[in-house]
Design a protein around this ligand. Structure first.
Ligand code: SDX
Length: 390
């Protein structure tokens, strides 16, 4: 918002959204969900415990968490017609397109419980979205592989069930790797919310029209898909592979970014809010070494990423523009080591972000002051003109 007059700035500020869910201090690199530091949550919590915190505002009691987990486990099955929905899609459909389409379609199976003003219906929709998104995501993955879909295994935890749905098959038992399980749980927690980012703002704006929660979140998934937002984690891996395959030095690539050759950007770098460092990027980078070592995986793309960070952060061009690694810079290397194809990376981001989208939709929906969204504009077009004599 540089260059705006004080009047314009005031004009923009009145449009700020009030929320009690997530706090970010971009200069200090602080991120807190309902007041709890992201570092504490990543180290001590689980995806569903943090989801409860974001949605209800407090950490769940042991009884509440146990009931929440059990309820979600009992809602993982998709209606068979929705499972057949995937047959209509091309095998090479991007999983993010599949995800937004299937989530929008999911709501059509519950037309008797879409009333946005009925707390019980909002609650069961919350459960259905949390329980079924991982299954839809895994089906999108299996569809792209041409492999048979598995059914959920309710004897497993949320994350382990998701891993089995993706990497299990009908021919042999699936053994969960605890390293993968814990690493994925931690990565999902890091993605659960991030205040008024583009996709969450989309969910709130669509929800402000009283559209149902499935339609609102389907819109948010589409916003996340973009390479400047959640799609960046896939774009980072493409960038790293291109540097490796071209044999181009990291220094030369950075020079091309600085010259804005062909409009290229250092994907996974920069952030509208973080002007120092993204605390999530630090935590992901720590995980990258741990996970690859534990899996016995060597990946020179991680070495290229680390060299890129080192070269960029020693260069005034990036420092002056306050461009630091964001959450997307290192995640792809870990997802790749886990066995996910790059087109699934943003889908993993969406599973992470689902609790945040739900929490914001419910906060917006429950606020009596909420009115339909109508972003303001500064008109800079022509003044009135007479219709030309012909
Ligand atoms: C996410 O909002 C959120 O919280 C999002 C997110 C979440 O959790 O929901 O954190 C997740 O989306 C992270 C961001 C992932 N996207 C990328 O990594 C894509 C690469 N990054 C950028 O395109 C960019 O940094 C954005 C989109 C993230 C932020 O864009 P801004 O704030 O609008 O910054 P800008 O485009 O106005 O750039 C300011 C300057 C420009 O240079 P000049 O024109 O002044 O010379 O910085 C340059 C830009 O050219 N710049 C970059 C750059 N990002 C900005 N130059 C090279 N590489 C980059 N990555």
């Amino acid at each position: 918002q540089t260059g705006l007059t004080a009047l314009d700035q005031g004009f923009v500020n009145t449009a700020a959204t009030k929320s009690a869910i997530t706090y970010i201090d971009g200069d200090a690199g602080i991120l807190r969900y309902r007041g709890y530091a992201i570092e504490d949550l990543a180290a001590n919590s689980t995806y569903l415990e943090t989801a409860w915190l974001l949605i209800h505002g407090e950490l769940p009691t042991a009884v509440e968490l146990d009931h929440f987990e059990d309820t979600i486990r009992r809602h993982t099955l998709l209606h068979e017609d929705l499972r057949r929905f995937f047959d209509a899609l091309p095998h090479n459909a991007h999983p993010m397109s599949v995800l937004s389409s299937a989530v929008g379609a999911l709501g059509t199976f519950y037309q008797d419980s879409l009333d946005v003003h009925d707390p019980e219906q909002v609650e069961i929709s919350t459960i259905r979205l949390l329980a079924k998104l991982p299954v839809i995501a895994a089906y999108a993955h299996k569809k792209s592989l041409g492999q048979a879909f598995l059914y959920p295994d309710n004897s497993l935890s949320f994350v382990d069930n998701f891993l089995k749905l993706n990497f299990g098959n009908m021919a042999e038992p699936y053994v969960v790797n605890p390293v993968l399980s814990r690493a994925l749980e931690r990565l999902l927690i890091l993605h659960e919310d991030h205040e008024q980012n583009a996709s969450t703002s989309t969910v709130r704006l669509v929800g402000s029209t009283e559209a149902n929660i499935f339609s609102s979140i389907s819109a948010g998934i589409n916003a996340l898909y973009g390479p400047l937002h959640g799609g960046a984690n896939e774009a980072v891996l493409t960038m790293l592979k291109e540097i490796k395959d071209s044999g181009e030095s990291v220094e030369r690539f950075v020079e091309r970014v600085k010259n804005k050759e062909d409009g290229i950007r250092l994907m996974g770098f920069g952030h509208r809010v973080y002007k120092n460092f993204d605390p999530r990027a630090k935590l992901v980078k720590e995980s990258a070494d741990e996970v690859l070592d534990a899996l016995g995986v060597r990946d020179d793309l991680l070495d290229i990423a680390k060299e890129l960070e080192e070269v960029a952060l020693a260069d005034d061009y990036f420092i002056e523009r306050k461009l630091y690694p964001n959450v997307d810079f290192y995640t792809g290397v870990i997802y790749k080591a886990m066995g996910f194809p790059p087109r699934m990376f943003t889908v993993l981001f969406a599973i992470g972000r689902m609790p945040g989208w739900i929490a914001h939709w419910r906060e917006m929906n429950e606020d009596p002051a909420t009115r339909i969204g109508r972003p303001q504009q500064l008109y800079v077009g022509p003044t009135e003109r007479a219709w030309p004599r012909r």
